[in-house]
Design a protein around this ligand. Sequence first.
Ligand code: NAD
Length: 342
Amino acid sequence: MADAKENLVVVTGAGGFIGGNLVSALRARGYKRLRALDIKPREQWYQWFDDVENLCLDLNLRENCELAARGAYEIYNLAANMGGMGFIEHNKALCMLSVLINTHMLQEALNSGVERFFYSSSACVYNGEKQKTFAASSLKEEDAYPALAEDGYGWEKLFSERMCRHFSEDFNLCTRVARFHNVYGPWGTWFGGREKAPAAICRKVIEAKVSGKHEIEIWGSGNQTRSFMFIDDCIKGIDLIMHSGITEPINLGSSEAVTINNLVDIAEEIAGITLKRNYDLDAPKGVNGRNSDNTLIKKYLNWEPNTSLRTGLEVTYRWIYDQYMARQRGEAGIARKSAAQR
Ligand code: NAD
């Protein structure tokens, strides 16, 4: 078709963090026909746009995936049952059930004849044996095999990656797979148990600052190493990978490795306070060291996520601070209202 922006683009998981930001970015890029789907009721979506076709549907069910994919030109499949370590360590079966979404969405994408299908995989597919030391091992794409993925969530991601590959090889469906490494930024989960480390640390620092109780609880020893990708880099990377010729799963993550203690240092610096650190060694903490090896993405795209953690965390901290203060005032709806008006 002459102008791809006239075609129907579908985003699943659009009530969530990355999906909501993706819909927002697609609107800003001039896409005119967008369909956004999520299982959550409307009032729980982080972002909601009135000029988008918004559907609240359970994509575990095949008939709903048929509705989701009908007439679609491109599909970004981001819907999944997920959260930070606290969630995925305690909800392995629930995480694995996302295989229903991915199976049915692939089948219906094929049936509806989509041009391209994007699947959001995760760094949790990588072999745990390669992430045992605190010195963050930079994980190359080939390090997913021999497979020893994160129990539950990671195995489901690895299986669904392979389904994408075989739908592509056997049925000629054009699939693109990115392995996201920890994504953070505004319009994401920052409380409630599914939040990831950057949002959780920002919230805890804000709570300490507001309450005057200058202490923070840290899960594990704080020596665990990770990299964190700012949401704007994630959204840009999704677009580049979706419209590239990259047929294999590829890392989409920052290569700036930091310890959780470093992350707290940065959040404290932004807040202008220093906290007494209490380490909970029994809390879920995930692997000891993990970083993204970006050799492949740089080779293919001549680009890698490059927003510094200091810059991205400052934006995120300010956003969570505003959300926190709004909740304190009993204004739970601030995110949705302001999103719809943008
Ligand atoms: P999120 O939890 O904010 O968004 C996922 C959305 O999927 C949620 O709004 C949820 O309600 C929806 N969903 C779950 N089950 C559904 C169902 N049956 N039908 C319809 N919708 C359903 O998570 P996110 O951070 O935006 O993650 C998006 C994708 O990226 C997920 O596939 C996730 O596994 C992947 N990912 C994220 C990260 C990260 O750091 N955020 C890292 C690696 C991979």
